[in-house]
Design a binder for this molecule. Sequence first.
Ligand SMILES: [Fe+2]
Ligand SMILES: [Fe+2]
Length: 491
Amino acid sequence: MKTKFNLWEACVRVYANVILKNIKDAKISPGPVVVTAAAFLISSFVMINSEKDVSGALGRMLLLLMLYILFIFIGGIKLVGRNLHNSEIYLLAALTSLYIIAAALAKNLLVNNDFFPVSILLPTALVIMLPSILIGPYLALAWAFALPLAGFLLGCFDMPAYIIALASGIVASRALHNAERRIDLVKAGVHIAAANCVAVIAVMLMRHLPVKEYPFLLFCAAFNGIASGMLVLGILPLLENGLNAATTFRLIELSDLNAPLIRRLFTIAPGTYSHSFMVAQLAEAACQEIGANSLLARVGAYYHDIGKMEQPEYFVENQAGYNKHDAIPPRLSATILRSHVKLGVEKARGMKLPKQVVAIIAEHHGNSVIQFFYHKALEQEKEVSVEDFSYPGNPPRSRESAVVMLADTSEAAVRTLEKKSATKIEEFIQTLITSKLEHGQLAESDLTFRDLETIKKAFVRVLASYYHSRIEYPKENKERKESVSTTAERG
Ligand SMILES: [Fe+2]
Ligand SMILES: [Fe+2]
């Protein structure tokens, strides 16, 4: 019997497979999808109330929901470089639904007004700027194209309203490029106001509107842009806390060396403070050259060893002549060293530091073995479990985290070199990087071999002109191999 090919059924099957596969790959719980669908349903009720063609409105809404969900799963990887977090999916669902509901309501409000474009009443720039700051500018740019198009397809916007929303959204997604202070949001608002005014003039000229309509429409367009910037300024701190996001503004605030915790680190553990500062210089320089987030790496480096503040005297950079580890068994030494990672993570979570910074703290030693004390224990005990002498974290999962790990190891190790010529430093850092590679510590970080070469050169450049003397462990320079492996425990 010949089976009749059903195009719609085939499309739905392909779509369902893509969605299911992406949910599985992204390890995302179905919760955000359900919430998103619910938000779209609420939007569709508002739409239906404003439409005579009920089934048409519902059909368009369903189509958009399908495309939206697909975009969320695929867009995360393509536009942000990672899967979106559930909280980010909720945020996008909320913003999209509120925007569509507002568009439907505004259309109802202006039903008898042919001159006034609906989108001037909507904070399109606000809805684009928030994801731009909190998630990423490329996702926001795609959103700036998608949202006005959704308004147009749903019948909320006519062509003028669509053009104005598009101009406002695109400028909003780029207006925060290089923004470093919160006051830059107000400046972005001014840029958006200017873009809105240009779009309004273009639309008015195209429609041959009477000149007397110009002042009011231009005022509304300018007000829309400036109000969007001001609203972002007010809403952002709440969302930054809610999403625990590493926005540029938040990272710049955290990178202030006068921040209370950094000042305490300086007082309690000056050696660790100095080491962290140097690691930050190295990580920032390297990240700038490989195109990673240098600000995140700098902040991660400042905070990576905050777990040492509980017992600073057990870490070599804070010791002045007397090594406390000489008086305790190697197993206890390893426990103290291991604990600084866990304590650091707890402290960072307690301070509500961004997730990415907490990840750098948790991963800066990966799961490497504390070789020095492991070998010391082997000399004293018959059976020694390598797990007892391994750091409790995962190998770095981001480029920034991996760069901080390499900077940490390099900074600590190069201090112990006797003759610090550029050639010697380069050879030594190459050995350290190779060692990390061979022990699988860079396997999950997405760093390429070309990145590693660039990182090495950046480290050599910075270290060759800047380092401090360092107190050595006993047997430090016994042999190069032992030195390379031992350095991991000092970062
Ligand atoms: Fe450390
Ligand atoms: Fe360190």
